[in-house]
Design a protein. Sequence first.
Length: 402
Amino acid sequence: MASPAAAAAGPLDDRAVERLREAEFPWTADTVYLNNASTGPIPERTRRALDAFNVERAQPHLLPDDKLFAHFARARELVARLINADVAEVGLAANTSYGLNIAAQALPLAPGDTVLVSDREFPANVYPWLRLRERGVAVELVPTTPEGWPDEARLLERLAGRGGPPVRCLAVSLVQFSNGYMVDLARLSAAARAAGAFLVVDAIQGAGQVPIDVRATPVDVLACGAQKWLLSPWGSGFVYVRRDLVPTLSPAWVSWMAYEGTDDFSRLVEYADTLRPDARRFDFITLPYQDFVGMNASLELILELGVPAIREHLRHLHAPVVDWAARRGVRLASPHAARAEAASGIVSVALPDAPRAYAALRSAGVITSLREGAIRLSPHAYNTLDEMARVVELLEEHVHLS
């Protein structure tokens, strides 16, 4: 799914990472932060952009409407570059859940239709679909493999019409939140197209660390909050809707600016009854301008670095942990050892006493997450091999003392 919009093709070299840390993440000199799958830090350029906007916000006469809406227009342009979409396919959203609810409520799903969801998904990609049962839509939670990964063979089998009623929609995360398993989206996309099923993707754990190209790998709806791997403020994100699908979808809830003609504030009571022809019909105005100003600055940095380069850097960083686990016989909940092609920027270490090891890491200034009984490590472009070597030292000490 390599994106032609990415600025770099090779991995980040040591000097580039050092410059990045100095310029954008100076606090990394004191803390080893490996928790981007939870909350990504905002770069210094983003903090400065937010500060500058808030200076103007304190004096609203400095923020005329055209200047405010230009920030939203810029956000659409940057998101389109990030995922190789058309600007008209990009709606803006405050979080991933909004985009997934747009999909669940606006797609033409009728009583008797079946929505397929992999079990053990993050709840944001489960609850909007379960609500459809109230409308008579069947929601099938497909059990994971024994490793806890999406059972892609079973998903493909169901899309092919075997083992149950025809599938009308498949909802799946690009990357699983707890163990970093990355689905073969191209294969699922092809199967969904062949079955005439909609494909909805929760991309929050992938965008920014996994290249996404919606032209090369078609999806119908893709939802993404920007506060994790995209290093953006809370309250920023987007929803992509395939262009030829946009005019067929009527959002369950509409904002007043979802309609044509509402750009002209001098004629607001000349009510139109025509939704915008592009993905702006899904925007729920008023969105937090300041958060999208911040997102724009962060997306510019991500695009400068290049998502393929970030991905290669993360693979490089994972190596010490993966090698240590193999030597010590420690199980990885992530697929790095068993299915390397499904590995993402998340590596999860399933130690027997994970809570104690997690606490020891935190006491040593190494910030991670504890998810589903494993320590989840999620480094980013600014992390270094030395930091990962420190993690290995701490894990080894814990295993030795256990």
